[in-house]
Design a protein around this ligand. Structure first.
Ligand SMILES: C[S@@+](CC[C@H](N)C(=O)[O-])C[C@H]1O[C@@H](n2cnc3c(N)ncnc32)[C@H](O)[C@@H]1O
Length: 362
């Protein structure tokens, strides 16, 4: 039985590494690669024993990859070429170049990885880059399965719907049969637009309710949801308060949530820089008639604060051991977290990837 030796590409602040450690404490990350020296410093601060390569993946050769001696690849390529609000230049975007380079060298490796997990934004599944990924995985003889999954589907009070590709050389025994009861009990997965389904539904019923559902996506809503209060810090400094001028201008477009809430919106890299669509603010005081109707709000009635970077990290399920070096500014912390991923979701998916595998998972 082999040990898991993962190569982490586009490693950022190490969300994939924390996820791997969460589900497979014995696994090793043999190297992490990222072009941005700010994030690699944070990575090295948290994982001082990992070889961190601060370079572009487009500059990596087959020989260099072979020398890492890995049997798993974890990767989150840049998502800007595929985001719904972006230009969607896809493979013609220069930020996709390094990913295409990786695909071109995967078949040339002496011993390709046994396992591969890729994370990206919703929308990637319709891209040309996705088509290229599937073609390459097929040529290399991988079995694959795909998910659209958000932390809220695992009971975490945060939305972050993301695309995931899981591929491995051996078969997905537990994922291939829809009638397998174990599938339903081990996969609390869901898509936001599949609310009408439940785990008692037969495959035919799900197909009828969700005609557009990708065959590879499974649906279930069985997790216990946790309130935001479980993710908050004590004694948060006053300077996290949302300034009056921001409140009065943007209260009608902001997402604001009380601590009892079981959901918050996705925290992006622009959190606190823009008021709309970048992440929720926490309600410290609201009028008795507070409603979800944004246009009915009066800024003076509300006391709001931003979530701290540590709280955002908590909602993204980073462990307490994760820290930023002191020199990283608050703005940079939000930025790096906004680019990262939900650790529990990825940990969950790595566990699925390893189910039935021949490798040690603990
Ligand atoms: C979506 S983020 C990945 C975040 C990471 N999974 C984490 O937990 O922080 C994409 C990362 O790719 C890096 N990146 C972008 N272009 C790159 C390239 N050509 N080569 C290597 N890294 C690159 C960025 O610096 C960024 O950290």
């Amino acid at each position: 039985m082999d040990d898991i030796r993962a190569l982490e590409l586009y490693s950022g602040i190490g969300g994939m590494h924390f996820a791997l450690r969460d589900c497979c404490p014995a696994a090793k990350v043999v190297a992490a690669v990222d072009i941005n020296d700010h994030v690699t410093q944070v990575y090295a601060h948290n994982f001082p024993n990992v070889k961190v390569k601060n370079k572009g993946i487009e500059g990596i050769s087959v020989k260099e990859l072979d020398n890492f001696g890995f049997n798993m690849v974890l990767m989150s390529p840049p998502c800007q070429p595929f985001t719904r609000i972006g230009l969607q230049k896809d493979i013609n975007d220069k930020r996709t170049k390094s990913f295409m380079h990786f695909l071109s060298i995967l078949p040339k490796l002496q011993k390709g990885p046994e396992y591969l997990l890729l994370e990206n934004v919703k929308g990637f599944e319709k891209s040309m880059a996705h088509e290229e990924l599937c073609k390459t995985l097929d040529v290399c003889g991988y079995h694959k399965t795909e998910f659209l999954l958000s932390p809220k589907h695992l009971g975490i009070p945060n939305s972050r719907l993301r695309y995931f590709m899981l591929a491995k050389k051996s078969k997905f025994h537990h994922l291939v049969s829809r009638n397998d009861e174990e599938l339903w009990t081990t996969l609390p997965l869901s898509l936001t637009d599949k609310q009408n389904c439940n785990r008692e539904d037969t495959e035919e019923a799900i197909k009828a309710k969700c005609p557009k559902m990708d065959d590879q996506v499974r649906v279930q809503e069985t997790c216990i949801s946790h309130p935001i209060s479980e993710f908050l810090e004590k004694d948060v400094p006053e300077d996290y308060k949302v300034p009056d001028k921001v409140k009065s201008r943007y209260i009608n477009v902001m997402d604001i949530v009380p601590q009892e809430s079981k959901i918050s919106t996705c925290f992006t890299k622009s959190y606190t820089q823009y008021a709309e669509g970048t992440g929720s603010a926490l309600i410290l005081k609201a009028p008795p008639n507070h409603s979800e109707n944004k246009s009915a709000r009066n800024a003076n009635d509300y006391d709001l604060r931003y979530f701290t970077p540590r709280e955002v990290a908590n909602l993204m399920c980073f462990p307490d051991s994760f820290t930023f070096p002191d020199f990283v500014t608050r703005k940079q912390r939000y930025r790096m977290l906004g680019n990262s991923l939900n650790v529990k979701v990825v940990s969950y998916l790595i566990s699925l990837l390893l189910l039935d595998g021949d490798m040690k998972s603990s």
